[in-house]
Ligand binder design. Structure first.
Ligand SMILES: NC(=O)c1ccc[n+]([C@@H]2O[C@H](COP(=O)([O-])OP(=O)(O)OC[C@H]3O[C@@H](n4cnc5c(N)ncnc54)[C@H](OP(=O)(O)O)[C@@H]3O)[C@@H](O)[C@H]2O)c1
Length: 305
């Protein structure tokens, strides 16, 4: 038996093609899920080109669908439960998923929306937590128009912080005030007062500029590097009162944080903005739009039509 999946193929457009792969064989602590939706992250584009996901392997991290086989060890959700997960090899019709990597999707929340939460939502939630988010903090979010950025803006605003959203153009900043941003800036233009927290998805010169704006005791979380440019710190830029630049990566089971995010979304306290939705046959088109900075929020791939 085989299932269809999006696998890495360096010679294909966007380095990905639809292929038949063996039906997954779940381990004792895994459920089998029939996938209806997946979501595309910037990291998937990097993974397909960098060799981190090897040629022939299934790409993807964000997946959602219905449990068709419960875990043999008796843990996790029952058959028929709607779930969302952060797992490797997510872009397939059927996926075996560790029970710790998934959350049940609350009634009333569409799987198309829930599937946008794993990588981008968990990165936003955990990086804000690691930075010491608190109501009195000034929080700068770079790449605020993107997946991580739109969730970070909303979660920081919800915590009562003063939120400064940095985007590439006026058009890219649309909707961010409604999401709770107190200020929306093009780049870091006009930002003069120090900030306590930076959630940085862009890297390069913007990271250097954000560092110079960081208050003593503050924290930059280096979540991503979409600029692809080097960061060159002027001499002595890192000498002075204590403040930190911390590398960030999602590690360990995402299930508990995914449960928080799905609940917030179901309650209407967190909005999932879908900027592109279409069949997974159109992966190359979605990838090009994401890389071309034409998607506001998330791109959702429909696995079943
Ligand atoms: N460390 C982790 O665990 C983790 C988790 C999630 C994501 N990430 C990383 O975080 C980054 C953002 O991911 P995402 O999924 O949110 O991506 P996304 O949806 O594509 O958003 C990224 C944003 O970065 C900005 N950007 C893109 N290209 C740029 C360029 N050349 N120069 C300046 N800004 C640019 C864009 O904003 P404008 O068009 O408004 O400029 C875009 O909205 C990626 O590097 C991704 O790999 C890391």
């Amino acid at each position: 038996m085989s299932v269809r999946a999006l696998v890495v193929d360096p010679s294909a457009p966007a380095a990905v093609r639809l292929a038949e792969v063996p039906d997954p064989a779940p381990g004792p602590g895994q459920v089998l899920v029939d996938v209806s939706h997946a979501s595309l992250n910037y990291g998937d584009l990097n993974d397909a080109r960098s060799g981190r996901v090897p040629a022939g392997a299934v790409l993807g991290s964000d997946t959602a669908g219905v449990v068709v086989q419960a875990a043999a060890d008796g843990t996790g959700p029952a058959v028929g439960t709607r779930v969302v997960a952060l797992t490797s090899g997510a872009f397939a019709e059927r996926v075996a998923i560790d029970v710790g990597a998934l959350a049940e999707v609350p009634k009333g929340l569409d799987l198309a929306k829930a599937v946008a939460l794993p990588v981008a939502g968990v990165a936003a939630l955990r990086s804000l937590r690691a930075a010491g988010l608190a109501p009195d903090k000034r929080v700068l979010v770079t790449g605020a128009s993107g997946g991580v950025g739109r969730f970070a803006v909303q979660l920081a605003a919800r915590a009562g912080a003063h939120v400064i959203a940095s985007v590439g153009s006026t058009a890219r900043g649309e909707g961010l005030v409604d999401f709770g941003a107190d200020e929306v800036l093009i780049g870091l233009e006009g930002l003069e007062r120090a900030v306590d927290v930076v959630i940085d998805s862009v890297g390069g010169p913007q990271l250097v500029a954000a560092w110079s704006l960081l208050a003593p005791g503050g924290s930059v979380q280096s979540v991503g590097w979409t600029s692809g440019e080097p960061a060159v710190f002027p001499p002595y830029a890192t000498v002075g009162p204590t403040k930190s630049l911390t590398s960030f990566v999602i590690e360990g089971d995402a299930g508990p944080d995914l449960a928080v995010l799905t609940e917030l979304t179901a309650e209407g306290a967190l909005t999932v903005e879908i900027g592109w939705q279409g069949s997974w046959d159109r992966f190359a088109e979605a990838a090009e739009a994401l890389r071309g900075r034409r998607i506001s929020g998330k791109a959702v791939l429909q696995v079943t039509q």
